[in-house]
Design a protein. Structure first.
Length: 69
């Protein structure tokens, strides 16, 4: 659902489990949010952005195809 998060994870070889550890977000909660079952809070978004060494803008990192152009 969040393509740029997947791209950033692949670029840095970070699993979802590792992302959960780096951000302090429970693994199952992170999976639910990545799959669109619930929404990220602003603080969680910032933690995810900070987990990657390459700083991708939040609007790009959390863009979904569901959003209007």
């Amino acid at each position: 659902m969040f393509v740029e998060i997947d791209v950033a994870r692949a670029r840095e070889h970070i699993s979802i489990k590792e992302l959960a550890i780096r951000t302090g977000i429970k693994y199952t909660t992170l999976l639910d949010k990545l799959n669109g079952r619930s929404e990220f809070t602003r603080i969680e978004m910032l933690k995810i952005q900070k987990a990657f060494s390459t700083k991708v803008p939040l609007d790009q990192l959390f863009y979904t195809e569901d959003e209007p152009a």
